[in-house]
Structure formats: C-alpha cells, structure tokens
Design a protein around this ligand. Structure first.
Ligand code: SF4
Length: 290
C-alpha cells in the first residue's frame, strides 16, 4: 500500500525518498527498504509492505503489556507485526523484530476483523505490541480509529522512537502507552540499540504533557545499564521531568539474540532499583520477569 504522502518526502533531484514515520528518517533509494525493512521505495514513492500483515494476535491480560494502572483486570487484544526501527542486540522478541521468516509466519488481517475479534474475546482494548508499532503507523492508525468507534481503548507498547509527525498522529488515537526506556546513556542507545536517547526522552515528556496514561519499562542488563548511578538518573528523570505518579516497571533480562553471553539479570539489582525509585517518591513500582 502507498504510504500517505504526508509521511514521506520526495527528493527533487533523485528518486530517493525520506521516510518520516519514525525518528530514523531513512533516506531510501529506489528499490531499497528503510531500516525497519517494511517500507520500500518503488519509483520514487514509498510503499508500506506491512499494511494488514501481522505476526501475532492474542487476547492478553492487560497487566502482561505491562500496564498495571489502566483498566486493570481487563483483557486487551494484542497485535504484533514484523520488523523494528531499533536494532537492539538483546531483543527479547528478535524472532519477529530482527530475524524473521515473514513468508511462513505472516497472517493477513483487516482492521474490521481485528476489531471484531477483540469484541468477540471480550477485550476492552486493542494493544499494538510484541514488535515496534510505530513502523506500522498507516495500518494501526486506521485500525485504532475503528476500534475507538467501537468503544475499545487503544494501547501502544513502544520504544518511543517517534518522529515529529508520528508522535502527533499517535497521540490522536492512543489512550495508554507503555514506553521502554532502555537506559539513560546515549552510548548504550547508540551501541546497543542503534538509536538516540534524547529523542525518546523528548517523546516521553510529550506523551506525559498531553495527559495520556503512561507507564515506563526499564529492562536491566547485567554490566550494561545496571549501575546505581544510571538507575538513579532514570528515577530522577521520571520523578522530576514527568511525575512520581508515572508507574515504573523494572524488568529482568535474559540472554537473547546477539547477547547470548550475558547472564540473567541478578534479582538483587531489581530490588535495589525499587528502593531507589521509592526514595525518589515514585508511587507505583513493579518488578517483571522475576
Ligand atoms: S519507519 Fe522508520 S525505520 Fe522504517 S523506513 Fe521509515 S524512518 Fe526508516
């Protein structure tokens, strides 16, 4: 499907296009894909090959997203696609985000069927989750608007790497977010995730300032982002730049993908993180994968 032309720019001198769906702003030559491998330049126009193509569909307890303070006790209809705009070496879902066999695993589905399924399963919301939803903005925007017409709420479980344009759009149809704040180190974001920390921090502030429901997840990896200093910085950011009312989830990491050599996160560091967050006044702190 052709991407809406407000989400990409054509070059006046070449057949290149600049995708503006996420903060990578990929410049894509004719016949090539952007970083997420879902959008292709065909003759100077941007096509979304992920429209209506998903990898996973499942009714889940909303707490599994994790969202513990938004319609607790309800089910959400979870939808995931393929690909990602980051390249995290430790990705826990790499079989759909990085190394995937789209031909054998993909499911074609319409917005109408997603909404019908959600209602049939008794879900109160739909959740864009499992892989990064922002890269599927054209599909999840149409589906989300239909879901809202049918009294379903919309959830985004995201890495927060929105472009200026996508954050505007996403804020117009999403009710609740869980954003993965991976680290407070620019170096970590660059080397481990191929991304820019400041963009994620700005988007977190924007979501919070818009009054949307926001919870944050921090996946802690031994020896990478587990220092007391860094956890303190992260808690300071949440408490001072957002609010002590924003729930914070610390989660344990396991060896995955290109980080098979790490050991599972020491639970003690999660207990310490909870203590630090509590000292900073953060009211709702949850520990995951433990
Ligand atoms: S969605 Fe992001 S990663 Fe994908 S092509 Fe567009 S700018 Fe690049």
């Amino acid at each position: 499907m052709l991407v809406n032309n407000n989400l990409y720019k054509k070059s006046s001198k070449s057949q290149k296009v600049r995708c503006e769906i996420c903060a990578n702003y990929c410049k894509i030559a004719d016949g090539k894909y952007g970083i997420c491998r879902q959008h292709k330049n065909i003759n100077g126009e941007l096509f979304d090959e992920s429209f209506g193509v998903v990898s996973s569909l499942s009714p889940d307890p909303i707490e599994k997203k994790p969202l513990h303070h938004f319609m607790p006790g309800t089910f959400t209809y979870s939808i995931g696609g393929f690909g990602c705009n980051m390249t995290c070496l430790h990705c826990q879902n790499y079989t759909i985000s990085q190394e995937y066999d789209k031909k054998s695993r993909s499911i074609k589905i319409s917005p109408e069927t997603i909404v019908e399924n959600a209602i049939r399963y008794g879900c109160k919301s739909i959740a864009w989750t499992y892989n990064e939803p922002t890269i599927h903005l054209p599909f999840n925007r149409i589906t989300s608007l239909l879901a809202r017409k049918n009294n379903l709420k919309v959830i985004y479980v995201s890495n927060g790497y929105f472009s200026q344009k996508s954050i505007e759009e996403v804020l117009s149809f999403v009710d609740a977010f869980n954003i993965d704040l991976k680290s407070m180190s620019q170096d970590f974001y660059k080397k481990v995730c191929g991304a820019d920390l400041d963009i994620v921090l700005d988007n977190l502030k924007r979501i919070h300032n818009e009054g949307k429901h926001l919870e944050i997840t921090n996946l802690i990896l031994n020896d990478y982002n587990d220092s007391i200093d860094e956890i303190t910085q992260l808690c300071d950011f949440v408490a001072q730049e957002l609010s002590t009312d924003v729930p914070l989830h610390f989660s344990r990491a396991f060896p995955y993908y290109k980080m098979k050599d790490i050991s599972p996160t020491n639970p003690e560091i999660l207990f310490k993180a909870r203590e630090i967050a509590s000292q900073k006044g953060i009211k709702n702190i949850h520990l995951g994968n433990i």
